[in-house]
Design a protein around this ligand. Sequence first.
Ligand code: HAM
Length: 443
Amino acid sequence: MTNAPKEKEITAKKQPAFQAPKGMRDILPSEAAYWERARETASDIAEAYGFGYVETPVLENTDLFSRGVGGGTDIVEKEMFSLKTKGGDSLSLRPEMTAPVMRSFIENGMSRLPQPVKLWYYGPQFRHENPQSGRFRQFYQTGFEIIGGEQDPVYDAQVIVAAVRFLESMKIKNPIIQINSIGCRSCRTIYRKKLLDFYRKELAAGSKKKGKAICKDCERRMDTNVLRLLDCKEEGCEEIKNRAPSILDSLDSPCRAHFKGVLEFLDEIGLPYSLNPYLVRGLDYYNRTVFEFFTEEENIALGGGGRYDYLADLIGGRPTPAVGVAMGIDRIIGILKSADIVFEPRRKEKIFVVHVGEVAKKKVFALIEELHKANIRVTEALGKDSLQSQMKAADKEGSPIALILGQKEVYEDAAIVRDMKTGAQETVPLNKIVEEIKKRLKS
Ligand code: HAM
């Protein structure tokens, strides 16, 4: 009897013993240019609009999110990756960054800085969602938050503009802004009652006709979170929602004036937007302005945000006005890839160092370190020994200059400097090489 595998077993692709956890993935060098561009773009926009970088831990106290984002929200109720530490603390992987950034603002006494404080961030977030197109369990956000100072509509407009500039710089064409105001607590108390009355009447009429009914989630929302009825994407629920009273009719005059102010700033720079009175967002800390970004082709939000004047108070700080936005990097990159939009890596030119023979390889190894110390970017193919394949690699890399060391050069303590465009070569003593390369790179 033989133990040889059957043909089927040989051809079947063997699953590796370990795979990335569900809804999480690796970012490989082949797509690194997209990710690098996203981070660099966010950093450029932040600099242009005066935001300082903040980085918070990936783990936070679970209570920060239950109090900040809201215990009744999907994010906190169903989607957090939570753990107990050996010391008994309950921590969660951050599902979003606004509550952690506000925690950091309070903890680090940022209210003593000139107000408002503008902060930006970039990093992974974690939500235990059902993975599907554009929805991951680990995904990246970049965000811009303006905390403190006045409750001025100009700041709402500024975070919206920063987000649009980010999308445009990421080659997302004609981003669509959907915007709404959900008022303050007192506007919402009035609106909640109106909405509940409307749904009760609809359901009563529906049960008479044995027709209209809402989904199980919406039945629950009628008791727990009435505004989220407007978020439902189920067909039957949407049909009812589209006839529901508009929250804009329940705004008191300060909230109405604030919203008008935001829209006037956007009008001033000719930024088009679309009013969506049913936009309520999935996090509890919002008040007044809320918004989301879409493209014409995709019905999936590329970013979202709003004003959150109550958050500081909810997590134990002094009441502090704030407004911000977060952009979903995975979704933006997904759109670029499916539209075949490529970003060339913003490559800085690298010198290619070539060796011929074992002794030269050692010299080259040391020379690379010398070049690095002089801040000259270098690349090599130390694993390849043939001159031809190293020169091919230098060509592929697009290096402007190759430095070649063979036995003769080692003996003379020199290197051949080859201009890769013209093919012109010159032998230069090694103690003059840094100077020579810098001169050539400048010109
Ligand atoms: P959010 O709407 O939950 O808001 O998330 C912002 C963006 O993150 C979404 O528009 C989407 O592009 C992306 N995103 C969310 N969940 C996923 C997922 N599972 N997979 C891929 N991408 C996803 C917030 O997080 C708020 N903290 C935004 C904010 C900042 N509000 C005020 N300041």
